[in-house]
Design a protein around this ligand. Structure first.
Ligand SMILES: C[S@@+](CC[C@H](N)C(=O)[O-])C[C@H]1O[C@@H](n2cnc3c(N)ncnc32)[C@H](O)[C@@H]1O
Length: 381
């Protein structure tokens, strides 16, 4: 397969792009037209299938996906382009056409008319049309912001939002206001650890188990650590609940210290841990007199000791919401206003403990709270 077009979900396309890059480390990925589309080269079908199963921010892939600007083309020329695509990329089996829009409608364009016309083209070229359970779906996506249209045979089901399903934080048996929601937790795990085969994941301050649950539901081996026994029991209950009472052996919650990760994880994980997901306490921390920076420093030092050579970590830091809402990756020298400590100190701690910053994204939670999602990777030592 040459090139595919990835369609990202709308919640945070910048984080979704970073997640996709982590899940497809072999691929070349570059943005295309809309913030929610990117071109992916050199990816295998099996790597894309895994990305579709694991990702929080990925909607679907369009095989040899084509993009056009609606101002450069009229509807009949676009239909001719689609016919040419269909004859260059024939498929076996039943087909359907699905169209959706990102953002506003493009004035003067009717997706439902295009859908019917492409359906007609497929039918008259002998394809069996099956709207309920097609073998192949031809997708047409319009992007209101850039007034452009993408199309191609779809891989994945094109679901617009990540399925939090029944496991939203508030529905779990053990809930605290600090509980992370599945969408961000899943993204954090993928960004930190990459493909499933990279190795196990550790959540050194697991709390109610937001990351832990998503890592285990993704089929990863994971250990969640917490210093408080109430949290350990609560995270175990939540984990069992997420697995309908049948917690897999590959997921464990242990009482331990995030500054001594090596003592809490199996001995044969040393040097092999692919990702660390870190959501440190906001106010007073467990070590009483220690500052937030000192706890972070000690945790990153202990993670470095047991990390695989290319391990990643994702750190979630509460902040004042950024004045300008942007979903792209941010430059590291911005004066982020953290609720706890300073960004300069966090950057210094990351650098001095043997990690290198990869990306920083801001997320707005509500009017008075934002989150900084920091992604770093272990330096080759
Ligand atoms: C912000 S909460 C984590 C919330 C979590 N992401 C969730 O989804 O519920 C931070 C957790 O770190 C734990 N913690 C604090 N200091 C720790 C330490 N030194 N070692 C391990 N856990 C620690 C606290 O008990 C608390 O449960």
């Amino acid at each position: 397969m040459g090139e595919v077009l990835a369609c990202l979900r709308g919640w945070h396309p910048g984080l979704a792009l970073a997640e996709l890059e982590a899940l497809l480390p072999e691929a070349e990925i570059e943005p295309a037209v809309s913030a929610r589309w990117c071109r992916v080269r050199h990816s295998t079908h099996s790597a894309r299938t895994e990305a579709l199963a694991l990702a929080s921010g990925l909607q679907c892939f369009l095989l040899n996906g084509t993009t056009v600007s609606s101002s450069d083309i009229d509807a009949s020329t676009l239909l001719l382009r689609m016919e040419a695509y269909l004859s260059e990329h024939p498929v076996d089996g039943s087909v359907a056409v699905r169209a959706w829009k990102q953002g506003e409608k493009i004035p003067g364009w009717s997706l439902s008319r295009l859908t019917k016309q492409v359906g007609g083209v497929l039918f008259s070229s002998g394809n069996e049309v099956d709207l309920a359970t097609p073998d192949h779906v031809f997708a047409i996506v319009s992007d209101g912001l850039t007034a452009s249209i993408a199309f191609g045979w779809m891989e994945g089901d094109g679901t617009a939002s990540f399925s939090n399903g029944e496991r939203r934080a508030g529905q779990r048996p053990f809930f605290k206001p600090v509980s992370l929601d599945p969408m961000l937790a899943r993204l954090g795990v993928n960004l930190a650890a990459g493909p499933r085969s990279s190795g196990p994941v550790v959540d050194p301050m697991t709390g109610t188990g937001g990351f832990l649950i998503e890592a285990s539901l993704s089929g990863r081996s994971v250990v969640g650590i917490d210093i408080h026994s109430e949290m350990v029991q609560g995270a175990r209950d939540n984990l069992a609940w997420a697995h309908d009472g049948d917690t897999p052996g590959s997921a464990k919650v242990v009482r331990g210290d995030a500054t001594r990760i090596g003592d809490a994880v199996p001995g044969d994980w040393h040097g092999k841990i692919a990702g660390f997901v870190l959501d440190p306490p906001y106010g007073r921390n467990s070590h009483g007199t220690e500052t937030a920076d000192a706890l972070l420093r000690a945790c990153l030092v202990s993670a470095h000791v047991v990390a695989s050579p290319s391990a990643g970590f994702v750190l979630i830091l509460p902040m004042h919401p950024p004045e300008q809402h942007t979903t792209s990756s941010l430059s590291f020298d911005q004066p982020f206003e953290l609720l706890n400590g300073t960004w300069e100190n966090v950057m210094r701690v990351i650098k001095e403990t043997g990690w290198v910053l990869r990306s920083v994204h801001a997320e707005r939670v509500h009017r008075s709270l934002g989150r900084l999602v920091v992604h770093a990777q272990r330096c080759a030592s």
